[in-house]
Every structure is written in structure tokens, then in C-alpha cells.
Design a protein around this ligand. Structure first.
Ligand SMILES: [Zn+2]
Ligand SMILES: [Zn+2]
Length: 271
């Protein structure tokens, strides 16, 4: 699936194209994701895992207890917010801040337990660090270990909520950032793409929903620039800075913001 703006619309064959409701986005389906494709071993592994955790999550109503619910909720904060958003995304992918190694490794370990398969090109530097090599080689064992620990502490309902519900919830929030935030919302910056600021994804995804802000200033540790753009991950980063743990925190300057603003003229400010 590729995205295109309405102005591209006329030049292509219109039969394959659809407009997404309540948006300006027109999509062209370029290939079928399920049928008539070559399934590699890695694809099958990922698909099997996806089916497995979704099936596990389906037991949620039958395995519900308040304790299990809170395990899932706190687990979302630790593995989704500290793990994926703060450490995988803002720290490792974009180098938006620095943390002491013991804290970086702890947060990244939480991220491992969110089971998000992120093969990124911009993390080459991690391959020289023993910790990351070890995690990469033993990845699935940490997930099995987490599942076993939950089972030992609270039985099947802890596994359903602490693994199934938590992981599936975080997957769909992450997918929302990469789909919803390229379709619905507002643009504040000249990014020449479809990225959008979307308030409800901003809340659910710990600040990642301010995605037009992020596309404009990828290096920024702060995604919600206005006081009303709720960015919980940023509040955590500010707290870590206040207690002396987070340093080298990058945010855009006023001049950088002015250059990217949709009100500024591209002719006057060229880099
Ligand atoms: Zn994006
Ligand atoms: Zn990013």
C-alpha cells in the first residue's frame, strides 16, 4: 500500500485507487499482503507469533481479574512507554537524549518484553555492545521467561493479561502511529509528507501521536510541543533530567521551528 496526495490522483490508473474516509489520503493497492506472495521462514515465524498472542488475548474476558488487569496496565507503562517509546524510539533510534548505561539497558530490556520486531538500519552502533548482541541471540527466551514468571505468580489469567492483552494492545497502538498518524489529524509543519498530529493517538501512544511534529524534528526528545499536546514520555524525560539521569536532551530551537513552519516561506530560508 502506498500513499499519495490527491494531486497525484489524476495521473494514475483510477481503478485501483480509493480515498480513505474523512481524510485527503488516496491509496493505491500495489500488492496483496496475504495471498500470492512468497512466505519466507521469518514471515511465517512473525505471522505465527502474531496469531498466537492474538488468540491468547481473546481469552481476556474469561481470565479477567482486577489483579491481572493491573499487571497488564503497569506492564504497558514499563514495556510500552519506558521500553518502546522512550528507549527504542527516542533514545536508540533517534539519539534524542542520553541515559547512564545501567538505565539504558534496563529500559531496553522492558522494550524486549514488548516483543516488537524492530529491525532498524540506524542502530548499527549497538552491534558492538555485548548486551545487545546477547539480547538479539536470546530474544524469544526472554519472552518465554516473562510468560513463565507470570504463570508462576498468578496462573493463566496473568499470562493472558500480562502477555496477551498487553502485547496485542501495544502492537495496535504502534500500528496506529504508523497508519492513523499518516491519515487523520493536523499538519503544523512543512514536512512534504502525510504525517499528522493526532491527539487521541498522542494520549494512547505516550506522546507518539504528535507525528507531524516528529517527522519535522526527528531528533527531538519532545514530541508534544504545546502544553496541550500531551506527551507522557516527555514528562518522564524531564523528570529523569531533573534527578540528573537524562542528559544531552535534544529539542528544536525557535529558528529551526520557524524554518519548518507552514507559515514561513521556503524561498527565504534555505538550508
Ligand atoms: Zn511516520
Ligand atoms: Zn522516529
Amino acid at each position: 500500500m502506498t500513499n499519495s496526495t490527491p494531486s497525484d490522483f489524476r495521473s494514475e490508473n483510477q481503478s485501483d485507487q480509493r480515498k480513505i474516509p474523512f481524510s485527503e489520503v488516496v491509496i493505491t493497492r500495489t500488492r496483496n499482503h496475504f495471498f500470492g506472495r512468497k512466505w519466507k521462514t521469518a514471515d511465517i515465524q512473525v505471522a505465527s507469533w502474531f496469531i498466537f498472542v492474538h488468540l491468547l488475548a481473546l481469552f481476556a474476558p474469561f481470565a479477567f481479574t482486577w489483579e491481572a488487569f493491573w499487571i497488564a496496565s503497569v506492564g504497558c507503562l514499563l514495556t510500552g512507554m519506558l521500553g518502546i517509546t522512550l528507549s527504542y524510539h527516542r533514545l536508540l533510534s533517534h539519539h534524542s537524549l542520553k541515559l547512564p548505561k545501567w538505565l539504558e539497558y534496563s529500559f531496553v530490556y522492558f522494550g524486549v518484553l514488548a516483543a516488537q520486531y524492530q529491525e532498524r538500519k540506524n542502530v548499527e552502533d549497538l552491534k558492538n555492545q555485548m548486551f545487545y548482541v546477547f539480547i538479539h541471540k536470546t530474544y524469544m527466551w526472554h519472552l518465554f521467561g516473562c510468560g513463565a514468571l507470570l504463570y508462576a505468580c498468578g496462573g493463566f489469567s496473568y499470562v493472558v493479561w500480562g502477555m496477551g492483552v498487553r502485547i496485542v494492545w501495544l502492537y495496535h497502538i504502534t500500528f496506529c502511529v504508523n497508519s492513523v498518524c499518516h491519515i487523520w489529524g493536523n499538519q503544523t509543519w512543512n514536512t512534504s509528507d502525510l504525517s499528522k498530529n493526532n491527539w487521541w493517538v498522542g494520549i494512547l501512544a505516550f506522546g507518539e501521536g504528535w507525528h507531524n511534529n516528529h517527522h519535522a524534528f526527528e531528533y527531538s526528545a519532545r514530541h508534544g510541543f504545546e502544553w496541550w499536546q500531551i506527551d507522557v514520555t516527555w514528562y518522564i524525560i524531564k523528570f529523569l533530567e531533573a534527578i540528573g539521569l537524562a542528559t544531552n536532551i535534544k529539542v528544536p530551537t525557535n529558528l529551526q521551528k520557524f524554518k519548518k513552519s507552514i507559515f514561513s516561506s521556503d524561498d527565504t530560508f534555505n538550508d
